[in-house]
Design a protein around this ligand. Structure first.
Ligand SMILES: [Zn+2]
Length: 94
């Protein structure tokens, strides 16, 4: 049963260089993550876009995100965490 209460958070690291300590801001279409500088470099080779703040949090708690779809956080909850979605939004319909 999916829950949304994971407390373990791992820091994302830049996958371009093992010793790059810059904060992660980008993701490519294969799921590798990069800092801003390396993400922009990566864009020359493969599709690579900026991570949304909630997507970064989701990856840090070992969740999954889609590269290609423009899911909002609310849609993401609805698909992957229906109980959490119901808890948050059913009491307050749009
Ligand atoms: Zn980097």
């Amino acid at each position: 049963m999916a829950t949304y209460t994971t407390t373990e958070v791992r820091a994302l690291t830049c996958d371009m260089e093992t010793d790059c300590l810059a904060p992660v801001t980008h993701i490519d279409n294969r799921g590798f993550t990069y800092c801003k500088r390396h993400g922009v470099m990566r864009q020359y080779d493969v599709p690579c876009r900026q991570l949304r703040a909630w997507e970064k949090r989701e990856l840090e708690r070992n969740g999954s995100i889609y590269y290609d779809t423009a899911y909002t956080f609310k849609e993401h909850l609805r698909v992957f965490y229906p109980e959490e979605y119901a808890r948050r939004f059913n009491a307050q319909p749009d």
